[in-house]
Write a protein that binds this ligand. Structure first.
Ligand code: SAH
Length: 239
């Protein structure tokens, strides 16, 4: 892994939050339980739109590799990138221990990778990450540069409105204790219209949107048309 000292579109406090928890990425009952729970749902959704078998896939802000690993196991050649060194080490160790085929991890800023190898991935995923960076539009631009013409870029993030404040911050961090307090900052949440504008600005065509809902009583997630809290977007770079 090479270290990147020059990137600017990063909030060190955000990276520190994830690094502090890095040893727990693969504990399905840890703070990362929500990501483990939504993983099969998002994987199936992605695979239905852009079949992953044999594809070259980039996972931006991969953390401990929960989605990267699953995409590799679905037949993709997957590269996970992040700027939190500890999380990447955990991801690599997990891949070694569980012998995940065709998966690699690298510490590199997405903007730097876009300059280094533009138009080289069939699928780019950037999940639950845009709400943690100072300039999300720069990440969206880099993802658009990295995907091949005709390829797909998937994003997921948190919507910004009274309900998402109540559910994603008050509910998840203070009432249900699903996430550590301070995991999310309301002002950094992103409305679908804002993400749509960022995608349009860099030539990504908006294809599909799904909401993710959670029932605290059954502790289950499911996909729906309700994008008011957590949502995923499928976009495509035109041929
Ligand atoms: N995408 C993963 C992890 C989401 S948690 C998943 O959905 O399972 C958010 C991740 O974004 C953390 O791993 C954090 O280290 C990473 N991150 C935050 N800012 C970043 C940046 N500027 N560049 C790359 N990764 C970043």
């Amino acid at each position: 892994m090479q270290s990147q000292a020059t990137h600017t579109n990063v909030d060190q406090a955000e990276l520190a939050k994830f690094s502090d928890l890095a040893h727990r990425w693969w504990d399905p009952e840890s703070e990362f339980r929500p990501l483990h729970q939504i993983n099969p749902l998002r994987l199936e959704w992605i695979n239905g739109i852009a079949p992953l078998q044999g594809k070259k896939v980039l996972d931006v802000g991969c953390g401990g590799g929960i989605l990267t690993d699953a995409m590799a196991r679905s037949g993709a050649h997957a590269l996970g990138i992040d700027l939190a060194t500890k999380s990447l080490k955990v991801a690599q160790l997990h891949a070694l221990e569980t012998q995940t085929p065709n998966v690699q991890y690298r510490e590199v800023a997405v903007e730097a990778l876009a300059a280094e190898q533009p138009a080289s991935f069939d699928v780019v995923t950037c999940m639950e990450m845009l709400e943690h960076v100072p300039d999300p539009s720069s990440i969206v631009r880099a993802c658009a540069q990295l995907v091949k013409p005709g390829g797909h870029v998937f994003f997921s993030t948190l919507n910004r409105n009274a309900k998402s404040f109540l559910f994603a911050i008050v509910g998840a961090e203070y009432v249900l204790n699903l996430l550590p307090r301070g995991t999310h900052e309301y002002a950094k949440f992103i409305r679908p219209s804002e993400l749509a504008r960022d995608c349009r600005d860099v030539g990504l065509e908006w294809q599909n949107t799904r909401g993710m809902e959670y029932n605290p009583l059954t502790r289950r997630y499911w996909l729906s048309a309700d994008t008011s809290v957590n949502y995923m977007v499928a976009t495509q770079r035109p041929l």
